[in-house]
Design a protein around this ligand. Structure first.
Ligand SMILES: O=C(O)CCC(=O)C(=O)O
Length: 264
């Protein structure tokens, strides 16, 4: 089947030039992140949490292995193929508009994963998602306006607080082109310029993959759950090979526009 071009697919999914305001686009460019409160309803949050818990139980030791496992967390991967409930995440027009803004209209889904920081766990070093440069690909040798090849989003399925292992990030750090794990003496230590990603369940934070970020320690008694919905340029390898893992039941329910976002 011929894949629909991504511009047409984004329009079919409801993405318009004004889906994000000018102020939102400028904030994303300047700060390297954009909070979008109230994207999910409380009922959607509840249903997503329940589905993730069921998958964690069903997959047991195997959970997360398609991408990676992390001590002290419950991770799941390949969520595109684990239920139609997740379609509302990776096809959300506002989030797609933000991705398209950072990636200059050249995008496909890289991966859809979840991560629950368990009580007493979850601290990560500050990191970026991928290197700043991919030789021959990024920043684009053919188009100097294309600088960033990947953009991520974190979907809060619990309220994120100072106590429960909220993500931290360093505003503006996407412009540095540096890997914090190589650049800082101790990338796990608090950074003087970091902010906490705080908000109510149902909020989404879009962040440039080059923005320094990481999970913090969950000091509460409950898991802190979130979904990571990650996009990249179409010529950059996906974190999850969507073609290889595409299931017949997923194919049966998706539109041509949705398939174009997965590039399947
Ligand atoms: O879940 C979080 O708070 C951030 C996780 C993260 O950055 C990662 O796993 O690479």
């Amino acid at each position: 089947m011929k894949t629909m071009d991504i511009g047409s697919a984004l329009r079919a999914l409801g993405v318009r030039q004004d889906t994000l305001t000018v102020a939102e686009k400028e904030a994303l460019d300047e700060n390297g992140y954009l909070p979008l409160p109230g994207v999910l309803t409380p009922e959607q949050v509840q249903a997503l949490r329940a589905r993730l818990q069921a998958l964690e139980e069903a997959e047991g030791e195997e959970a997360g292995k398609e991408v990676h496992q992390e001590a002290g967390t419950a991770r799941l991967a390949n969520l595109v193929n684990k239920g139609p409930i997740f379609d509302l995440i990776w096809t959300h027009p506002k989030v797609l508009a933000a991705m398209s803004h950072v990636l200059r209209g050249d995008l496909r889904l890289s991966s859809l994963n979840s991560r629950a920081a368990l009580p007493g766990e979850g601290l990560q070093a500050l990191h970026t998602d991928g290197a700043y440069q991919i030789p021959g690909v990024a920043p684009s040798p053919a188009d100097s306006s294309k600088r960033y090849y990947a953009c991520n989003s974190i979907w809060l399925l619990n309220d994120f607080t100072h106590e429960n292992g909220a993500t931290r990030l360093v505003p503006g750090s996407h412009k540095l082109g540096l890997d914090p794990r190589k650049h800082l003496d101790d990338a796990q230590a608090p950074h003087p310029d970091e902010i906490m990603v705080l908000g109510e369940a149902g909020t989404v934070f879009v962040f440039n993959a080059q923005t320094w970020h990481g999970g913090t320690l969950n000091r509460s008694s409950e898991p802190r759950r979130a979904i990571h919905c990650y996009y990249c340029w179409r010529n950059v390898p996906q974190q999850t090979d969507q073609r290889a893992l595409f299931r017949p039941e997923t194919a049966a329910r998706l539109s041509a526009a949705q398939r174009a976002v997965l590039d399947v």
